[in-house]
Design a binder for this molecule. Structure first.
Ligand code: ADP
Ligand code: MG
Length: 480
């Protein structure tokens, strides 16, 4: 056979010429250019071409995606009895570690003799030898983050439908990369993992990998320390759907960004899907290199907005149902009205309700909800005015409200006035001066004196502690 006289390099160059014409250039560059022709041997069964590949993963990838083309080229150049043998030539990697096979391991492969080309169904895998075990691939996804559990509302419609489209066709839509951004607790992690879970469900063989940018950074640093950068980057290059959460943490970490940039390019070039999340839009991601940011803009960026009232209600009903709980509508309404900033807090509210209701053996009703959520709500919504405080305090002592503002020094009124001043300082953001003004134009030093005397009472006297706590509770409940 003529080819036997050729060198391995010549033979492989001819194969490459055939391959290059038949696949996208970037796929060619990614998968075929790194292959080296090592030797060509004539054996009894036919010519054997020995190829050096950077990792076992190349063998699998090429086999799976370009197997027919590869073998067509080999046979075209070397004849139908040709065989190929692989060697893994990991450069400058002093230690060979799993999942890469040990250095120097030879994989001998023969194409299935009967495979007609190029319109045949995929060949049986001729390159995977028995005994070569793939390590189990751990996606690191939380399985409960599914589309099914992701409630749709106006606040997330676009992001959800883009995510869904990607999950149906990873790497094949123009949404690559796909970046979801928005504030905390709005569902970024849930949505990007839902893509991963859906892809795994539909296509179990697709390699999906989820990681936070923080963890990516830590592992990269470890890889540097242990001389495993090569392995690190090869690992990422085998992934079909790479999900990286909270990319804002890459800010200022130049080496990590550079590594990620190369991984990004390698994956993107071979049409693999990249999904990212960030707590802000790409244009506000300071400390990220421009070349990386410009990559983020290649695909689609969409935001998640805080949920509107209807969505909050839907989420509450659904989450409660998931926990085997049915919330009375006034409770749903109450929580949805008061907890507005994000979805994580809605969940927190339900858990809190459950905890209080079971610890006190009380049914979940509006009164319980108001009580149980007092602390959570106070941070966000409670807007107590000085007038409300005066009203509640005076009602407690049974004195007319205007007396706290008047000049009277009757002992009972003085106590009520001091408590009201103390609570005004504690529960509102008003300055001492403003508080003084609300109490008949008193001086700020009077307010300080009042606060100090109440603090002393609280310290010394259990009865006053209970009394003032009771008044405060009334004020807060009233302000809800
Ligand atoms: P982020 O990553 O944006 O901080 P998460 O994805 O962690 O937010 O979401 C916070 C919590 O809210 C999670 O438990 C998630 O399941 C839930 N969640 C967020 N969005 C939705 C939604 N649209 N429907 C149902 N649950 C949601
Ligand atoms: Mg998150």
């Amino acid at each position: 056979m003529a080819a036997v006289e050729s060198t391995a390099q010549e033979v492989w160059a001819r194969c490459l010429a055939l391959i290059r014409d038949n696949i996208p250039l970037r796929a060619y560059k990614t998968w075929f250019e790194p292959i080296r022709a090592i030797a060509l041997r004539q054996e009894a069964g036919g010519p054997v071409l020995i190829l050096g590949l950077p990792s076992g993963f190349f063998v699998e990838w090429i086999e799976e995606h370009y197997g027919r083309l590869f073998w067509a080229a080999i046979r075209d150049v070397l004849g139908s009895s040709a065989q190929v043998q692989y060697e893994i030539t990991l450069e400058d990697d002093p230690i060979a570690l799993p999942p890469s096979p040990p250095r120097g391991l030879e994989w001998r492969a023969t194409p299935s003799a009967s495979a007609p080309m190029p319109t045949s169904p995929p060949l049986p895998n001729p390159m995977v030898l028995p005994g070569l075990q793939k390590p189990p691939f751990e996606s690191q996804l939380n399985e409960s983050y599914t589309f099914e559990r992701f409630i749709e509302g106006d606040c997330n419609k676009l992001a959800r439908s883009a995510a869904w489209a990607i999950a149906q066709n990873p790497g094949k839509t123009s949404f690559n990369p796909f970046l979801v951004y928005g504030g905390v607790g709005l569902g970024k992690t849930h949505l990007i993992q839902a893509i991963g879970n859906e892809v795994k469900r539909r296509m179990p063989s697709v390699k999906v990998f989820y990681i936070s940018s923080e963890r990516f950074t830590n592992e990269f640093v470890m890889a540097i320390q242990h001389n495993r950068v090569n392995e690190f980057s090869l690992f990422y290059r085998q992934i079909d759907l790479l999900i990286v959460d909270d990319v804002q943490f890459f800010a200022g970490k130049e080496k990590t960004q550079e590594e990620f940039f190369h991984i990004f390019n390698a994956l993107h070039q071979s049409d693999r899907q990249i999904v990212l999340s960030s707590d802000r839009p790409p244009r506000d991601l300071q400390g990220l290199e421009d070349r990386l940011l410009s990559r983020f803009n290649w695909g689609l960026s969409v935001d998640l907005q805080p949920p509107d009232l209807e969505t909050r209600m839907a989420i509450l009903r659904r989450k409660a149902a998931d926990m085997g709980l049915s919330l009375p509508e006034p409770v749903v309404d109450f929580i949805a009205q008061h907890i507005t900033s994000n979805i994580r807090e809605l969940e927190g509210a339900i858990i809190r309700l459950l905890a209080v209701s079971s610890s006190q053996s009380r049914p979940i009703d509006l009164a319980l909800a108001k009580e149980a959520l007092r602390d959570i709500i106070r941070d966000h919504r409670l807007n107590v005015t000085i007038e409300q405080i005066q009203r509640q305090v005076c009602a407690y002592f049974g004195i007319p409200e205007d007396l706290v503002r008047a000049k009277t020094r009757k002992q009972e009124v003085v106590l009520a006035r001091h408590i009201a001043m103390y609570l005004a300082k504690k529960l509102t953001k008003s300055s001492l001066k403003t508080i003084g003004l609300h109490f008949g134009g008193r001086d700020h030093s009077t307010v300080i004196h009042a606060c100090e005397s109440i603090e002393q009472l609280l310290e010394e006297n259990e009865r006053y502690r209970k009394m003032i706590a009771e008044i405060q509770r009334k004020i807060e409940l009233n302000a809800l």
